[in-house]
Design a protein around this ligand. Structure first.
Ligand code: ISE
Length: 357
């Protein structure tokens, strides 16, 4: 067997993989992981999926069969340790992230971890400390967190507009986060940790400051809410500099996938997420209407963002580093969601406790 020198040391080269191609293992091939395998296989250059791992072996085998040369490695930690793997995408359930991300850091290989980084602020901080220690020794970062909205052209444009000063100082941000439906196990807590978490990252990304406190209001629930759960929720973030971000999170609208963000600033405002592609006018039985299509789900709405995110991650990983939100962003999101769940339960304004870096 031939070998090659990489950031991780001397690795065996698989016969059918070009020497400079990043050999990726994808852990967890449910909806998101299978999507990433297909993306890496068909649309991303410079990388190849060489291994997949999933608790459901049948599913792993089915996904692997679509990618020539891809193996199934049953144990995800064995996949991370495998000398034929240069980098890892983690799309497994959140409770496994901590051990898997730490194993990547200990082996010194780049990893793209879907949110959440870990299940709570304390364990996310442990990952921050482990990667900081690696970075102090090597000067490189390894962990990128899958906040894909940062790569969406509309969010990037909105951030650029704020940074240009053209609309003046931002004061208030309004966020709408609506899903057509969620599975029956989806609780109000998950609305914070799974859905609002994206708005946490958006607020920090657009305004470039931390969130200091969270308040959660429970309006009258829709009759379509998962039994016993509060849906919609109204969440406010008080930013460290005094700006306010409000989020309407409504996950059983029965309509489609709607994610909008409006920044209200001193000299104007700007909004994204209108799905205003083709505007159609038709005569309908009850009168003429003007309509546009709405993305049915997050994979359609953010498909381009995922492609850009993964291509940039691959390009950076081939240099042994990352190019996107890192461990601190993952930790800050965990800390805000911890405060958010507390605020949901208590009905009280809850301060976010961030550690020193
Ligand atoms: C899901 O996990 C996502 O990440 C979607 O972007 C979000 O809209 C949805 O509410 C979450 O459940």
């Amino acid at each position: 067997m031939t070998t090659t020198e990489t950031s991780a040391g001397v690795l065996p080269v698989m016969a059918d993989v070009p020497a400079d191609e990043l050999r990726v293992a994808v852990l967890g091939v449910g909806m998101m992981g299978a999507d990433h395998v297909a993306r890496l296989h068909s649309r991303i250059s410079g990388a190849r999926v060489v291994a997949v791992s999933d608790a459901f072996t049948d599913k792993a085998e089915q996904v692997a069969a679509e990618v020539p040369g891809c193996r199934v490695i049953a144990d995800p930690l064995a996949a991370i340790a495998d000398r034929g793997v240069d980098a890892v995408v983690i799309a497994s359930p959140g409770q496994f992230h901590e051990a898997q991300v730490l194993a990547c850091v200990h082996r010194g290989i780049p990893v793209l971890c879907e949110k959440p980084l870990t299940m709570d602020a304390e364990s996310s901080l442990a990952v921050v400390r482990a990667e900081d220690e690696f970075a102090a020794r090597t000067g490189r970062r390894l962990v990128q967190v899958g906040f894909m909205r940062r790569f969406d052209p509309e969010y990037a444009q909105l951030r650029g507009l704020i940074a240009s000063g053209a609309i003046g100082e931002p004061l208030v941000v309004h966020c709408v986060h609506r899903n057509a439906a969620v599975p029956p196990h989806f609780t109000s807590e998950m609305m914070i940790t799974d859905s609002v978490v994206h708005e946490v990252d958006v607020a920090r990304f657009l305004l470039d400051e931390e969130i200091a406190a969270v308040t959660v209001l429970r309006p009258r629930p829709t009759r379509h809410a998962v039994a016993g759960q509060s849906d919609p929720l109204l969440v406010t973030f008080e930013m460290a500099g005094g700006r306010i971000v409000d989020v309407e999170c409504f996950v059983s609208t029965g309509v489609a996938y709607e994610v909008r963000t409006e920044v209200v600033a001193e000299d104007g405002s700007a909004m994204i997420g209108l799905d205003a592609g083709l505007v159609r006018q038709t005569g309908a039985p009850s009168g003429a209407i003007r309509s546009t299509a709405i993305a049915p789900g997050f994979r359609e709405r953010f498909g381009r963002a995922y492609d850009i995110e993964v291509q940039r991650w691959v390009d950076a990983a081939r240099r042994g580093t990352i190019d996107g939100p890192g461990v601190w962003d993952g930790y800050a999101a965990s800390a805000v969601c911890t405060a958010g769940v507390e605020a949901l339960r208590s009905g009280q304004r809850t301060e976010v406790r961030l550690a020193q870096r």
